[in-house]
Unconditional design. Sequence first.
Length: 168
Amino acid sequence: MDTIDALMTRRSIRAWTADPVPGEQRKTILEAAMNAPSAADARPWHFVTMDDPDIIGRFTTLGGTEMLQHATLLVLVCGEVAREIYPGFWPQDCSCAAQNMQLAAHDLGIGCVWIAVYPLEERVEFCRRVLGVPGEITPFALLAMGVPAESPEPEYRYDPVRLHHNGW
Ligand SMILES: Cc1cc2nc3c(=O)[nH]c(=O)nc-3n(C[C@H](O)[C@H](O)[C@H](O)COP(=O)(O)O)c2cc1C
């Protein structure tokens, strides 16, 4: 799949089969994450991978996350402020990593959905508690993955009203 095809056909997937995400594909998805751009190339991220059904099951109580019981792989993207070179950019850096993961997963035929964590304080604290994330690290986004059991149609969202040329 070429890059434009991948980003124009990606959709959030919230239903998965029981098949695991093969180890080689996990590695590729995490390589894509860590190849993301970041301000001053600071790479202020960490990733917590989870495939233990008991641990994954804890996240079904976040609210609107019951479907995670069928995810076979969760990745929590976290930010480490101390690694920033220019203060304040870590959420953008972590977003780039998270989006790279979504696109890499799609390219590999793995279904992925981004579950909101930061800046919802109760979710941030929940992730810290369940996974033992240290205080200086901020849980940012939870990516739930697995072999897809649904295939939503691509959507075309280009809207010329949102385009401002040579000024507003
Ligand atoms: C920052 C962010 C937070 C999101 N949080 C959730 C979430 O908590 N639960 C969920 O089911 N989907 C979540 N999503 C997925 C969006 O609902 C989804 O991307 C959007 O509806 C567009 O659909 P698409 O991904 O299929 O193109 C999130 C996406 C982003 C970028």
